[in-house]
Design a protein around this ligand. Structure first.
Ligand code: NDP
Length: 290
């Protein structure tokens, strides 16, 4: 049996359709256009591609989209001053500082992200929003893991009561994925580089989320027959243009029940959820429930 493919285009399209209706209501009934600002510091080529893609989607969805480009030499204080202006601007609802930051301010990353108004924190990285997620309150939630669970929900995949295994414990994917699955009543195990007998732990999973950053790390023998396999990985192999996931797709699709491809899977949901968060941030700031 070959797994059913969870196609990112289909599910991001569904999310965008839902958002489009709400953007329309916000604009026409309340006179508010949700606005996102992405701040990019320096010349990271991959970041430029991501920012362009966010800008394009935002504009297509009828939202205001600004990109603020700051030079590589930007100091921590200059960046904080820029965020301060955006925090105070009533027409800006979402602020995203594109990571990674240049080397000389990398160590200040936490201080910089924590300076964003938590109600404008569309990345969901502010400790206030991290804490809220930890107590089961989904205020503004990190886009990638949020997209993973939204895709499963839209596909009609039952999460409650299932055994879920998340490989990876980063603050942007692994840990929020844990909280989102737990609050949907899965029994969740989080694995990392020190986990013993990882393959055996993974084989227990009804839902397996791979967020490792290693090409084809999850092999067919690590997957329970019929499991839902969500591949978050975006990995580049030197000398190749193609991107690879963390899952050995061709082999695992012969064992799994559902699987997300790379490219064309979770990555597309990430941007859709950024639009969702921007809309939500606009509603939060204007105290509107749609
Ligand atoms: P991090 O590097 O921050 O975290 C990787 C995690 O994988 C760590 O917890 C690490 O364990 C764990 N890990 C590494 N090696 C092993 C191993 N051999 N066995 C078990 N666990 C291991 O990565 P991110 O969470 O930021 O990203 C993960 C992947 O997802 C990357 O490919 C990234 O590009 C992609 N990504 C995709 C997004 C999208 O939009 N689709 C968005 C964000 C990320 P330990 O903590 O012990 O070091």
């Amino acid at each position: 049996m070959t797994a059913q493919i969870l196609d990112g285009k289909t599910y991001s399209g569904k999310i965008k359709d839902l958002i489009a209706k709400d953007i329309d209501t916000l604009k026409n009934k309340h006179g508010i256009t949700p606005g996102l600002v992405v701040v990019i510091v320096g010349e990271n080529e991959a970041s430029k591609v991501y920012v362009a893609s966010k800008h394009k989607t935002c504009t297509e969805m009828g939202m205001r989209s600004d990109v603020i480009r700051m030079p590589e030499s930007t100091t921590k204080q200059e960046l904080l001053d820029q965020i301060d202006k955006l925090n105070k601007d009533p027409e800006i609802h979402g602020i995203l500082v594109q990571l990674p930051l240049p080397a000389h301010i990398k160590a200040d990353e936490a201080e910089i992200l924590n300076f964003i108004n938590p109600d404008k924190d569309v990345d969901g990285f502010h400790p206030m929003n991290v804490g809220r997620l930890g107590i089961g309150e989904e205020h503004l939630v990190p886009c990638t893991p949020y997209g993973c669970v939204k895709m499963m929900e839209l596909a009609g995949i039952e999460i409650s009561g299932k055994k879920a295994v998340v490989i990876g414990r980063s603050n942007i994917v692994g840990k929020p994925a844990f909280n989102l699955l737990l609050s949907r009543n899965a029994t969740v195990t989080v694995c990392h580089s020190r986990t013993k007998d990882l393959a055996a732990v993974c084989r227990e999973a009804d839902i397996l989320v791979a967020a490792i950053g290693k090409t084809k790390f999850v092999t067919a023998d690590m997957v329970k027959p019929g499991a839902v396999v969500i591949d978050v990985g975006i990995n580049r192999v030197p000398g190749e243009k193609k991107i690879y996931g963390d899952v050995d797709f061709d082999a695992v699709k012969e064992v799994a029940g559902y699987i997300t491809p790379v490219p064309g899977g979770v990555g597309m949901l990430t941007i859709a959820m950024l639009m969702y968060n921007t809309l939500k941030a606009a509603c939060l700031q204007h105290k509107i429930t749609l």
